[in-house]
Design a protein around this ligand. Structure first.
Ligand SMILES: Cc1ncc(COP(=O)(O)O)c(C=O)c1O
Length: 436
């Protein structure tokens, strides 16, 4: 290695140490460029990125249509502040995105409020629900992840590390179990037990007419990629209707064609009141938002909510291009069919591996959970081991689950069958290597 290359490498090591450890880290890779399903490091090594930047780059890295839209808008104006002027991509997004409202109610006009991160969109949903109902409480589900700002953190229970040393958190948050079929005796028992917990809560802890909203992930994300029983969202809708509670679905991780539908809520016939979006919305530019009926959204008085950067012009241009790509390349259909291929392949590879307690998922939101056979004691060591083995074979994956006991596989929706095969081989060999 020549002297120059050695210096650069030394510099990188020093530069890396400048990033504070609060950024919990999966790898030490330094990226030179990323395109489609692939990341290339400064050392020239290529990795199949099945993390999607935690479910963000659904259209793949640097999709040419998205890149062109970003460049074009950046040249015409980057920060065209929402309180001061209107900009064209923002106006267009306010027209196009509400058309995607999942299972829309008849004769209902829907609207959009834009912000920057998932947590901020969760805050917007909570504020809207409290404001329009004039009720102080929300009900949410154990294992949920809704972000790290103060209110969002109060709803987040996928791991105690997100809350530890930050208490007291926002009050008025009530928790019930998320229906987790593997760990609650199958889909029917899981749903029954969640609904019984809500009944108990209403009977003993909080009167339903003091509750503003249910906030729920249609597929549990950080908490383990748990697909709930089919009847879950419809049951919440019925309870919400009975008690005048709003149903807010957090589609930050499950949305944007990831599960084979534009929003995962569309796997059911439940009509939500508020849809929380981020991650895939702008293919990686910071943008988030909520969708809600105009009859609710328009009650927020001017200035009651907002922010300097919400609805940034370049991010809105990226969001419009993202919608085009999802439609033109039929990414929802692609996620559904490639997801079936991936799930079948994983089940095949997991055969004979007794510590793979479950292979589950919807579309390209897929996980393997590791546990002791019989007792279901979580095995985070195996999940970590599989990540390392996959990475040694140039495939990047993430963990999830309260104990870190599951491996999540989040391919870009533009991935190919050959790439899925490559990942399956790496995972199959990884399972053999860790002795799962
Ligand atoms: C379901 C869900 N909601 C909210 C968030 C918070 O998003 P952000 O990290 O952009 O604040 C996340 C992030 O992983 C998420 O998965």
């Amino acid at each position: 290695m020549d002297q120059h290359a050695t210096d650069v490498l030394t510099d990188w090591a020093a530069l890396r140490s400048g990033v504070p450890p609060v950024w919990a880290r999966y790898t030490d890779l330094i990226v030179e460029r990323a395109s489609g399903s692939w990341i290339e490091t400064v050392d020239g090594v290529r990795y199949l990125d099945y993390t999607c930047g935690i479910g963000v780059t659904n259209t793949g890295h640097a999709h040419p249509h998205v890149v062109a839209a970003i460049a074009e808008q950046a040249a015409r104006g980057i920060h065209l502040q929402q309180n001061i002027v209107y900009h064209q991509p923002g106006l267009e997004l306010h027209r196009r995105l509400p058309e995607r409202f999942p299972n829309p109610a008849p004769e209902t006009a829907y609207g959009l409020f834009l912000s920057n991160s998932g947590a901020e969109a969760v805050e917007a949903a909570i504020k809207l629900a409290k404001y329009v109902t004039r009720r102080p409480n929300v009900i949410t589900f154990r294992g949920g992840f809704h972000g790290r700002t103060h209110a969002a953190m109060a709803l987040t229970t996928s791991s105690a590390k997100y809350r530890s040393h930050f208490e007291p958190l926002m009050g008025g948050v009530h928790l019930v179990p998320y229906p987790y079929p593997l760990r609650m005796g199958g889909p029917e028992a899981a749903l029954a037990s969640t609904l019984a917990a809500i009944d108990d809560l209403f009977a003993g802890v909080v009167a339903p007419d003091d509750v503003a909203a249910f906030v729920v992930e249609p597929v549990l994300g950080e908490g383990g990629y748990v697909v709930p029983p089919d009847g879950f969202l419809p049951a919440l809708r019925a309870l919400a209707d009975r008690h005048g509670i709003l149903l807010a679905v957090d589609e930050v991780q499950s949305g944007y064609a990831r599960t084979g539908r534009f929003f995962a809520t569309e796997w059911t016939d439940a009509t939500p009141d508020i849809v929380i979006m981020a991650k895939g919305i702008a293919s990686g530019l910071p943008l988030s938002g909520i969708l809600a009926p105009r009859s609710l959204l328009d009650q927020l008085a001017p200035g009651a909510h907002g922010g300097t950067y919400g609805g940034n012009a370049v991010a809105c241009a990226a969001a419009l291009a993202t919608l085009d790509v999802i439609d033109d390349e039929r990414l929802a259909e692609r996620a559904e069919s490639l997801g079936t291929h991936l799930l079948d392949g994983l089940r095949d590879r997991a055969e004979g591996h007794g510590c793979v307690a479950e292979v589950r998922g919807r579309g390209l939101m897929v996980a393997l959970e590791f546990a002791e056979p019989g007792s279901l004691t979580p095995r985070p060591d195996l999940a970590k081991g599989l990540l390392a083995e996959a990475m040694a074979r140039n495939v990047l994956l993430l963990t999830c689950g309260t104990y870190g006991q599951s491996v999540r596989i989040i391919p870009p929706l533009v991935t190919t069958e050959d790439e899925v095969e490559l990942a399956l081989d790496a995972i199959g060999q990884g399972l053999d290597a860790i002795g799962a």
